[in-house]
Design a protein around this ligand. Structure first.
Ligand code: ARG
Length: 264
């Protein structure tokens, strides 16, 4: 596992609505959001991961979902082109941080071709899956492929609640994926099934807490508190030690563990 960048939720709130989870009247409980953040950070640190923190800009309430700001390949940061103007400045803020602190070079995708970073990329050593249709556009793919040596497989997203690929799809190991089956077209499901020996379809209870929005580090798996016992047992049978974080405040914005975690 590489390094992780987190964004402490000092200015996190629901100030606009760009996905169906968000309601401006359902404000964030700041203390609870910070407690969840601290839990997540502590888990990463206990697993020996190097954690870095980027301060949250005042007028960027969604910056806590820092994984969407781009995607790192070696020391190249492919900056996101956010679909919604409300989030657009986030990628430049993170690009500058990575350039100044870690010597990254930023790569840009042409204006008007939307690409929402690591949120729409679910990857393994062998293959990349890229979500499109809700946030990222399939037209971004050839630009990404210039930097990514693995094949990038586009998967269409159809459910407005699961608008980034990482909200409905996770690779658990080279042979097993976890999905929300209602988020994909028939073709998308076939593509997923053709790549994995086993595809676990978690239950609606699991998807209500964004169970697929998880991070794995070796044999540890971090996801939301509230997943079903059935799923937890399933994950443990695969050999994972499961860590649960209460991401209820982050779900108000439509995100959970993986959205908060930028790996680089
Ligand atoms: N409110 C944010 C948005 O709608 C949440 C982003 C969640 N990120 C993710 N990778 N699923 O853009």
């Amino acid at each position: 596992m590489k390094r992780i960048l987190l964004c402490p939720p000092t200015n996190f709130d629901i100030e606009y609505e760009i996905n169906p989870w968000m309601h401006v009247e359902r404000k964030v409980d700041k203390a609870k959001a910070m407690a969840a953040y601290d839990d997540l950070k502590r888990i990463y640190e206990s697993l020996g991961v190097q954690v870095f923190e980027i301060p949250q800009e005042k007028d960027l309430p969604d910056m806590v979902y820092v994984t969407d700001t781009g995607h790192a390949v070696g020391d190249i940061f492919i900056a996101a082109n956010f679909r919604y103007p409300e989030r657009r400045r986030e990628s430049a803020v993170v690009a500058k941080y990575l350039e100044d602190k870690f010597g990254f070079t930023t790569a840009h995708i042409p204006d008007g071709i939307f690409f929402e970073g690591h949120g729409d990329l679910v990857v393994s050593d062998e293959v990349y899956f890229m979500g499109y249709g809700k946030r990222s556009m399939i037209e971004a793919l050839p630009y990404l492929q210039k930097y990514i040596s693995q094949p990038v497989i586009p998967i269409e997203l159809v459910d407005p609640y699961y608008y980034h690929l990482d909200t409905c799809f996770a690779i658990l190991n080279p042979e097993v994926a976890l999905i929300n089956p209602t988020s994909f077209t028939k073709k998308g499901l076939e593509q997923i099934h053709s790549h994995f020996k086993r595809v676990i379809e978690a239950s609606p209870i699991d998807h209500q807490v964004l169970a697929c929005n998880l991070v794995t580090i070796d044999n540890h798996l971090i996801t939301a508190l509230g997943i079903s016992d059935t799923l937890q047992t399933e994950l443990e049978k695969l050999g994972f030690i499961v860590h649960l974080v209460d991401t209820v405040e982050y779900r108000k914005g439509g995100g959970s563990v993986r959205c908060m975690t930028f790996e680089f």
